[in-house]
Design a protein around this ligand. Sequence first.
Ligand code: CO
Length: 198
Amino acid sequence: MPTEPKLDTAAERRVARQMTRDAVRKSAPKLHTVVKYPDPVLLKKGEPVTEFTPELAQLVEEMFDSMYAAEGIGLAAPQISISKQITVIDVSFKERPEDKLVLINPEVIDRRGKQLEEEGCLSLPDIHEKVQRDAWVKVRAQNVKGEIFEVEGTELLARAMLHEIDHLHGILFIDRLSRLKRDLVLRRIKKLQKHGDW
Ligand code: CO
């Protein structure tokens, strides 16, 4: 009579658990709600990550799933009401797997030049304004295992990293606009709120 396969070692059990988790995630990814301005969680600095656990890796995967579902190329943990220094970026939006970038406790350690391009944000739907950013940046961060690494970027990648790192410090792209432009945007948001469209 065939017996049930037995998982004898901790490693086998861990693999089995991971396979179950992967299967569950693939069938129904856990999607987090992206909060909108002026949710207070967006306006404060995120806590540094100190523990690099399987739960953290899981959260990062959920952040990618939530970002893709919202059709964004970057998402910071405060945007899903988690006030921590975690952000995910994919400037090619699933086109090139190597573009998937996780920045934990990131810091800009070098910057050069300027670029001026239009920016948007999942927490500020339908608001698009030109924002001045550094043309080239070097960022030091930790990965999901806690290993420190450095990444350099220009153009969209530089912009995305700077935008997301700003989120981890409670800064939104509208805070980078001139006073006049920022006031116009805030007035537009108030109007949308009044009509229940925000
Ligand atoms: Co944003």
